[in-house]
Design a protein around this ligand. Structure first.
Ligand code: FE2
Ligand code: FE2
Length: 251
């Protein structure tokens, strides 16, 4: 496994770090992932830690930025294996509580995790979490693509961690890259979003919420990040996208 890490935001108390992993020996079959760590006042939340195959490298990489015992929360945007597959290993290695949609609580037992008392379950409306001296907002993103799905907005860094929304399958090497030209990047977004996202109604509902936020960066779970004018271009594109049930007749 090949990994890289990039600090996306840092001030005296608050830090956001991105980790990216590739399996260089299985380039054609491995789905590259981005994971994120947010730290405020020495307390950490790990976002979408991924599957077993990335666990060892991610554990070591995260340990460079925070003591694992200081990770208070692990957020799972949805149930997929590339998001939640390592929940059992993290439950042994960290004392963190797991924040996820109530829809997926029982499904975690199939990843070998049954400690419901360590879950903080989000209802459909989402929640705000006081986090160190800051706040984190769990924003409903249902059917994009999972029926119980959340994005996370960090109000200090103004980064919107969007999970699979904005994800692009760009191939190896996977590392920190910012979208340069949205029109060119769109071709990497189009097929994934058309098929994996639920419907235009779901896209519009999410965009209507997040476009009210003060966003400096959108950080998805796969592929490149968006900043500057490309955040607005991406949101405008997504708002009009026909996908999922809209295109059923064309499959
Ligand atoms: Fe997913
Ligand atoms: Fe994903």
């Amino acid at each position: 496994m090949d990994g890289s890490c990039k600090i996306l935001y840092e001030n005296d108390l608050h830090k956001c770090v991105m980790f990216s992993f590739d399996d260089e020996t299985h380039e054609d079959s491995f789905l590259s992932v981005n994971q994120y760590l947010v730290v405020d006042n020495g307390v950490g939340i790990l976002l979408d830690p991924g599957s077993d195959v990335a666990f060892d490298e991610l554990y070591d990489a995260v340990s460079e930025h925070i003591k694992i015992s200081n990770i208070k929360y692990i957020f799972l945007s949805h149930q997929d294996p590339d998001v939640s597959g390592s929940i059992a290993r993290w439950s042994i290695s960290a004392n963190a509580k797991f924040i996820l949609s109530s829809l997926w609580a029982r499904f975690m037992s199939h990843y070998g995790f049954m400690q419901t008392d360590r879950m903080i379950l989000l209802n459909d409306k989402g929640a705000t979490l006081k986090f160190g001296k800051s706040s984190l907002h769990f924003i409903p993103a249902h059917f994009l693509h999972s029926p119980g799905n959340f994005s996370l907005y960090d109000e200090t860094s103004k980064i919107l961690f969007s999970g699979d929304i904005g994800a692009a399958i760009v191939g190896a090497p996977n590392q920190y890259k910012i979208v340069d030209d949205f029109l060119k990047h769109k071709e990497y977004l189009q097929g994934f979003h058309e098929r994996y996202m639920g419907s235009n109604k779901a896209c519009k509902t999410w965009v209507n919420i997040v476009e009210k936020l003060d966003i400096d960066m959108i950080a998805p779970q796969h592929g490149f990040l968006f900043d500057g004018k490309n955040t607005a271009l991406f949101l405008a594109w997504l708002k009009e996208l026909k996908c999922g049930s809209d295109i059923l007749g064309t499959l």
